[in-house]
Design a protein around this ligand. Structure first.
Ligand SMILES: [Zn+2]
Length: 489
């Protein structure tokens, strides 16, 4: 019997490689030449010299077999934040709605098909990078308001077809930040609209949580703290408790947010959230880069998890100060990709470097600290002892990272941190299903999917002037690195 891409093999499958990351006594362990046996979607055995019968064997060579990554802020659109890379300030470059656009009446910049397609494309990219559990995030700048139930129903189809484990829920909000014609920024609120969206999101949770053999779970996703009213957050937290689902809220992520909260509520996000009884061990909080006073103590004492996304933060000049301090204080930390590329390995590598830079200490963090955050850290945030680790009884969510094409030291996790990238992920299993093998993903076609995604993104870029302050042409919104000298782009 041969293994088929996109399918769960019939009968036990034995995987072996130069290195296996197993799990004993609540810690990862390294097994040189180890074996992992998976059957019916679960891990049956991790160790050496498996004595049982197997139906299939797959030797992955000079590679690391480990748990798939858990991405708590998983990039799920064609990432528009990359357009801000060298184009600032955000309010002049189409990242804050101008009053003129609000008055005209905001509208969806993608068709329903395009909204569905970008999720499908993004889910494939997550798998390509070894991410096996994803809590999608997307920008609302190009949306009419919040995300829709319809697109999330399409996202369920995409996740199930590709075989990605997901926690899904449309993002909603009661407010938005608007830039006036003179450049000042104000928060606009429409509470009734946001509360109606919350009701739709709750209904989505009820209908879709724990479906498709557990591959699809639900979550609540109020967008960002400065675009939520107290009532929305109170009701959201109560609903998360009732439904027993995770709830994610962006907070402590920028100066505009800090200033807005100070003005509206006289406090910081953690202080305000505590007063609303919002924080709990279900709470997932990207990005915690802007904290002061007792903010971190409030977050830690509530049991909430900080969602750490070093790449997107660093691109905006932000950093947590520091990963070591948070970790040693007992802060729960999971990881997110949040931006293009959705490369968890790159995020871990950058996170390590930034920690050492801000601490001015090469000993401030070790490779295993970040590997833990991207695996067990995320799984624990979701209350999932069956994810993020390979041990008997866990779900068979596995990422295989090729190490044959990098210079290797004696330790494979350290070699990954110094030499590998997301492109070195070769094989991925989710729930025992072989969703990617030899870099090919079942249901994703390199020849047609890349041009389609790029064409869709080009269309969105072309529409940027419509919601950019002053409505300048595309060429003025997006700077060029060097002078252009004729010809077509
Ligand atoms: Zn984020």
């Amino acid at each position: 019997m041969s293994l088929r891409l996109g399918e769960r093999p019939r009968g036990p499958l034995l995987l072996t490689a130069r290195w296996v990351v197993g799990h004993e006594n609540d810690h990862h362990v390294l097994l040189p030449g180890g074996e992992v046996v998976v059957d019916e979607g679960a891990v049956r055995f991790v160790g050496h010299g498996y004595a049982g019968e197997v139906a299939h064997r797959l030797d992955l060579g000079d590679a690391l077999i480990g748990p798939g990554f858990v991405d708590l802020d998983a990039l799920s659109d064609l990432d528009t934040t990359i357009l801000g890379f060298d184009n600032q300030p955000a309010w002049r470059k189409g990242r804050v709605w101008p009053r003129s656009y609000v008055e005209r009446g905001p509208y969806e910049m993608y068709s329903e098909d395009e909204l569905a397609y970008q999720k499908r494309f993004a889910f494939a990219q997550l798998l390509r990078n070894g991410i096996t559990t994803a809590l999608p995030i997307a920008s609302l700048f190009y949306r009419q308001w919040g995300e829709t139930v319809g697109e999330f129903e399409a996202a369920i189809d995409a996740a199930v077809e590709l075989g990605l484990r997901v926690y899904l829920g449309p993002a909603y909000r009661t407010g938005n930040v608007v830039v006036e014609s003179d450049g000042t920024m104000v928060a606009d609120f429409d509470e009734a609209r946001g509360l109606a969206e919350l009701e739709a999101a709750i209904d989505f949770c009820r209908r879709h949580d724990d479906t498709h053999g557990g591959l699809v779970r639900a979550m609540l996703a109020p967008d960002r703290v400065e675009t939520c009213t107290a009532e929305l957050l109170r009701r959201s937290a109560a609903a998360a408790r009732d439904l027993a689902v995770p709830i994610r809220l962006h907070c402590c992520q920028g100066q505009m947010e800090v200033d807005t909260l100070r003005r509206l509520h006289g406090t910081t996000a953690p202080g305000w959230l505590r007063s609303l009884d919002f924080l709990s061990e279900r709470s997932l909080l990207p990005h915690a880069t802007y904290v002061s006073g007792d903010d971190l103590d409030i977050i830690r004492d509530s049991g909430a998890t900080i969602v750490h996304c070093p790449l997107v933060s660093a691109r905006h000049g932000g950093v947590i100060r520091s990963f070591r301090t948070y970790r040693e204080a007992g802060q729960r930390i999971g990881m997110g990709t949040d931006t293009w590329p959705p490369d968890m390995i790159l995020n871990m590598q950058l996170g390590m470097m930034l920690c050492r830079v801000v601490e001015r200490d090469i000993g401030a963090v070790r490779a295993e600290h970040y590997y833990d955050a991207a695996t067990v850290g995320g799984a624990d945030a979701l209350g999932r002892p069956d994810l993020g680790r390979l041990r008997p009884g866990a779900r068979a969510d596995i990422a295989v990272i090729d190490l044959a094409h990098t210079l290797r030291g004696p330790d494979p996790i350290q070699s990954m941190m110094t030499g590998a990238s997301g492109r070195d992920v070769t094989t991925v299993l989710v729930d025992g299903r072989l969703v990617m093998h030899e870099r090919r993903i079942a249901g994703f076609d390199d020849e047609t999917d890349w041009p389609r995604a790029q064409a869709q993104f080009d269309g969105l870029i072309a529409r940027y002037p419509e919601r950019t302050h002053g409505h300048p042409p595309v060429e003025e919104i997006f700077s060029s690195s060097y002078p252009l000298r004729g010809g077509a782009r």
